[in-house]
Design a protein around this ligand. Structure first.
Ligand code: HEM
Length: 154
């Protein structure tokens, strides 16, 4: 009888272990898929890093040289973004994609115009204007993401 109980416990152990192992195998695959970045996400990350640092120092005229280098990064990211198409385009009916992409490109061109204004104001050492320019770019980010970014699935 004692032997039978051990055999039963062993079977129970296996029954529990199998689904746990399967779940562990499935988890890394799911997170790997989540991590694969689109080219547009990579370009946006360049913009994101430069923007974060610019926010910290935009008012400080003694840092304008470094701020101008960060503005060059904003431009680099935005010019790369202009050549790409948001992932959300694939979720739309085929006959809406061209209009969506044209609007996206127009918004990205506006963003680039704002980057040029920011550059000019920094070159003129007008940090109050540069601060306002950066705020403007950040409100374009909000609108851009609302219109063109795929909503989170989770
Ligand atoms: C200061 C301005 C901006 C910042 C800091 C910014 C930052 C970001 C970041 C951090 C991501 C996510 C990247 C990732 O998942 O790794 C992203 C995604 C995205 N952003 Fe921006 N962004 C800005 C402006 C804009 C503008 C102006 C537009 C549109 C005209 C835009 C359109 C998008 C789109 C469509 C995505 C999703 C990427 C895809 O579809 O593959 N962003 N952005």
């Amino acid at each position: 009888m004692k032997l039978h109980i051990s055999a039963l416990l062993l079977l129970l152990g296996i029954a529990i272990a199998i689904p746990v192992t399967q779940a562990e195998e499935a988890a890394p695959a799911a997170s790997a898929a989540k991590k694969a970045k689109t080219d547009l996400e990579k370009a946006m990350s360049t913009i994101g890093r430069a923007n974060r640092q610019l926010k910290k120092q935009i008012k400080d005229a003694s840092k304008n040289e470094s701020s101008l280098e960060l503005v060059a990064k904003l431009r680099e990211g935005a010019e790369a973004s202009l050549k790409l198409i948001p992932a959300k385009a694939q979720d739309l009916p085929a006959d809406e994609r061209d209009a969506f992409t044209s609007k996206y490109k127009a918004s990205m061109k506006d963003f680039l115009a704002g980057v040029s204004k920011l550059e000019a104001d920094l070159k003129a050492n007008d940090n109050a204007a540069a601060d306002a320019d950066l705020k403007n770019l950040n409100s374009q980010e909000k609108d851009g993401h609302k219109a063109y970014r795929r909503p989170e699935k989770e």
